[in-house]
Design a protein around this ligand. Structure first.
Ligand code: FAD
Length: 318
């Protein structure tokens, strides 16, 4: 069976969920060979093997931390040269897309970005992309070279598929470009203690109906009662009520949790683009005609300032 390279997104050895989703997709088209780089790379091996990686190639060097993406591209190219894979899959983060694009140029291959699904095809993997705020889906395949494909978070389930998962050290020679751009400083974001928006199983979002930053605690309290992440519509973000990092939608993040609760959000197409693949959707809106109700599994027509605190109280009481 053909091998498929999977670029591993991890933080000090803790593998992030989008990589585990990539392993699910990689197994549809071949045998996943994971590439983990930087501090803690070797610590990723066990969880990657539990999710189907037949081999984990690891490399650590100061260059991965000190410089921007090029050392990682050098390493991924070394893995590509060693494995000659049938495809290379990379998470669709900002960094992932840059790494994938640079690799594709170097190896003279076509690239597909922001895929939301992947299947085996007779002439190579077929990627599904979502277009025009999820109004259309397109299917495409790379017709030149080895397909390099970036995949959006929450595009596939995380599946256990235990393998023996051999671990091998990857020999990397850094090119002259590797040290061209240096990391000057890192400022960790203050932790809210809530799950990462794109990885959360439950997301509670607030929109213009929340009517001010000072009221967002209502949304946060419901989120905390459920162990959820907090999202926001663009209207709430543009008004300065909540950070842009929490925006859900076409120009924000795409989420696909088990449960999405929209409070005071009308359901504009650009918002739907970022949440309509959620498994169960609940909306609380005082306008029974709000378009969000066309999309929901459960809808509550009511004032969020009454409904949400009651809901939070009820959940906390259980
Ligand atoms: P509104 O549309 O104003 O809706 C507010 C809702 O709250 C209403 O339905 C109202 O009935 C309800 N409400 C008010 N008070 C209460 C109350 N007390 N209790 C209960 N309900 C109440 N939007 C995004 O969200 N994400 C994006 O990424 C995004 N990208 C965009 C990109 C482009 C190019 C463009 C043009 C637009 C984009 N938008 C995006 C904006 C989008 O078109 C909408 O303007 C936006 O989603 C509206 O946000 P909202 O639903 O919070 O506000």
């Amino acid at each position: 069976m053909a091998e498929v390279l999977v670029y591993v997104d991890h933080v000090d050895g803790a593998v992030r969920k989008p990589t585990l989703e990539l392993l699910t997709l990689a197994r549809r088209i071949g045998e996943p060979v994971a590439v983990a780089l930087g501090a803690g790379a070797a610590d990723t091996a066990a969880v990657l093997a539990e999710h189907g990686a037949v081999k984990v190639l690891t490399a650590d060097a100061p260059e991965f931390a000190e410089y921007l993406v090029v050392p990682k591209v050098d390493a991924l190219q070394a893995a590509y040269d060693a494995v000659s894979p049938a495809a290379v899959l990379v998470p669709s983060s900002a960094e992932g897309k840059e790494i994938a694009a640079r690799l594709a140029v170097r190896i003279g291959s076509g690239i597909i970005t922001d895929a939301v699904d992947l299947e085996a095809g007779e002439e190579g993997p077929v990627a599904t992309q979502s277009a025009f705020a999820a109004s259309f889906t397109t299917k495409s395949r790379v017709s030149k070279g080895t397909p390099v494909i970036t995949v959006k978070p929450n595009s596939a389930p995380v599946e256990a598929a235990p393998t023996a998962g051999a671990v091998e050290a990857l020999a990397v020679t850094f090119g002259a470009l590797a040290t061209g751009t240096k990391v000057v400083s890192r400022t960790p974001r203050e932790s809210t203690g809530r799950p990462e928006l794109t990885e959360a199983a439950i997301v509670v979002s607030g929109g213009r109906g929340v009517n001010g930053a000072e009221n967002f605690h209502i949304v946060e309290e419901l989120a905390d009662s459920l162990g959820a992440a907090v999202g926001a519509s663009r209207a709430a973000v543009d008004a300065g009520w909540y950070p842009h990092t929490n925006q859900v939608g076409q120009t924000g993040k795409s989420v696909s949790p088990q449960l999405y609760i929209a409070t005071g959000i009308s359901g504009a197409i650009q918002h739907r683009a970022g949440m309509q693949t959620s498994k169960t959707i609940v909306a609380i809106n005082k306008d029974a005609e709000a378009p969000i109700f066309d999309l929901v599994d459960y809808g509550v027509v009511g004032d969020l300032f009454q409904v949400v605190p009651q809901l939070t109280q009820e959940i906390k009481a259980r």
